[in-house]
Design a protein around this ligand. Structure first.
Ligand SMILES: NC(=O)c1ccc[n+]([C@@H]2O[C@H](COP(=O)([O-])OP(=O)(O)OC[C@H]3O[C@@H](n4cnc5c(N)ncnc54)[C@H](OP(=O)(O)O)[C@@H]3O)[C@@H](O)[C@H]2O)c1
Length: 342
């Protein structure tokens, strides 16, 4: 199997390569792609060095799979070109996610959606991804009527340059030096909390990130009627998104039952002993593929509402790990070939 990793020099792409190595992904050949700036660079892949290539009509030929994390513009143009050349594309950008013909898939939640792919498969937004892994068992057991979601998102979710911006600002504050101007975020991110993740489209008082969380959750869970309200904030954390999720179930579900349910759910680890100071922390999830859930408790204002605290590594389960899991499932099920349309 020949696999292309597009955006291989970025925060998500380099994590994809790391996860492929860790999981001994069954590729005969892996070709990293990035912008022309990086063409010719070598990437250490353990037993071999990989040379970064630029995207051209010739260089994209002959692949079975292409894992994309190079931004929406690149996915819009080059995703269909890879698919037309015979590869199945697993795309991390937001560009294809809400198209009806594109499955939006989380490995533990709706892998059956892969069966109907037409060449492009979308990997959900990191914030949505970790939340639905924890919500799926609750949906199956008790139904979900409404979600109120508040997020505390790490800067690596914006990419490598945002990590550098936080680092430079934090160092300047600690050294009592003049702060370098904010360029990635609209305000200083070091020692601050920004109630804006991504941008406000004209006339919308929700951000594009908040809209994605609401729409993608419904699509992945296959529940158009779940009522959802999301507020997304950026916090000065390098890696690991934290989320407070208030879940209104259709049927009764006690905190104890919920804890038991989640303890046996795939991809979830319950960390919930607050009296002992045990609850999910962003610094504990970095480098892990599991979604951590804790602070599971009754909402005192509503009989059928529970509160959860959900934490995931945005670069791993929130992006790279799920993309590699989807690639594995596609390969195992013999779905790594673009079905020809008549
Ligand atoms: N970070 C997260 O937690 C996260 C989670 C889920 C999804 N995503 C999505 O994944 C994508 C990448 O995010 P990231 O955080 O990894 O960003 P990043 O660190 O800025 O990396 C971007 C990558 O795309 C490449 N690239 C940029 N322009 C290109 C072009 N015209 N042609 C080919 N390659 C190009 C870059 O190559 P150079 O190094 O040569 O510039 C780099 O490899 C985005 O769509 C993002 O929304 C990110």
């Amino acid at each position: 199997m020949r696999v292309a990793v597009v955006g291989a020099t970025g925060a998500v792409g380099s994590t994809i390569l790391g996860v492929m190595r860790e999981r001994s992904f069954p590729a005969d050949e892996i070709v990293p792609f990035a912008s022309e700036r990086s063409a010719g660079r070598t990437i250490d892949y353990g037993d071999r060095d990989l040379t970064v290539q630029a995207l051209t009509d010739e260089s994209i030929r002959g692949f079975d799979l292409a894992l994309f994390s190079a931004g929406s513009g690149t996915s819009e143009i080059w995703g269909p070109k890879f698919a037309d050349a015979g590869a199945v594309v697993v795309d991390n950008s937001s560009y294809w996610r809400m198209f009806d013909h594109v499955p939006l898939v989380v490995a533990e939640v709706n892998p059956e959606a892969l069966d109907a792919h037409q060449g492009i498969v979308a990997n959900p937004n990191c914030t949505t991804m970790q939340m639905v892994v924890a919500l799926k068992p609750i949906l199956d057991r008790a139904g979900i009527e409404r979600l109120v979601v508040s997020t505390y998102q790490a800067v690596s979710g914006t990419g490598q340059r945002a990590v550098e911006e936080l680092h430079a600002q934090a160092a300047a504050v600690v050294e009592a030096q003049e702060l370098p101007p904010a360029s990635i975020y609209p305000h200083q991110i070091a020692f601050n909390v920004l109630p804006q993740v991504e941008r406000f489209k004209d006339g919308d008082d929700y951000t594009t990130e908040e809209r994605k969380v609401m729409a993608e959750t419904r699509k992945i869970l296959g529940q158009d009627d779940i009522r959802i309200s999301a507020t997304c904030a950026r916090v000065p954390v390098y890696t690991g998104h934290s989320e407070s999720v208030n879940v209104e179930t259709r049927d009764d579900l006690s905190p104890e039952e919920c804890r038991e349910l989640l303890a046996s759910a795939p991809g979830v680890v319950v960390v919930d002993d607050p009296a002992d100071g045990l609850y999910p922390l962003a610094i504990d999830v970095e480098g892990r593929d599991d979604v951590l859930v804790g602070r599971i408790r009754r909402d005192p204002s509503h009989d059928r509402c529970l509160n959860l605290w959900i934490v995931g590594d945005n670069l791993r389960k929130g992006a790279a790990t799920n993309a590699v899991q989807l690639a594995e499932i596609l390969h195992e099920r013999g779905l790594v070939r673009v079905p020809q349309t008549v």
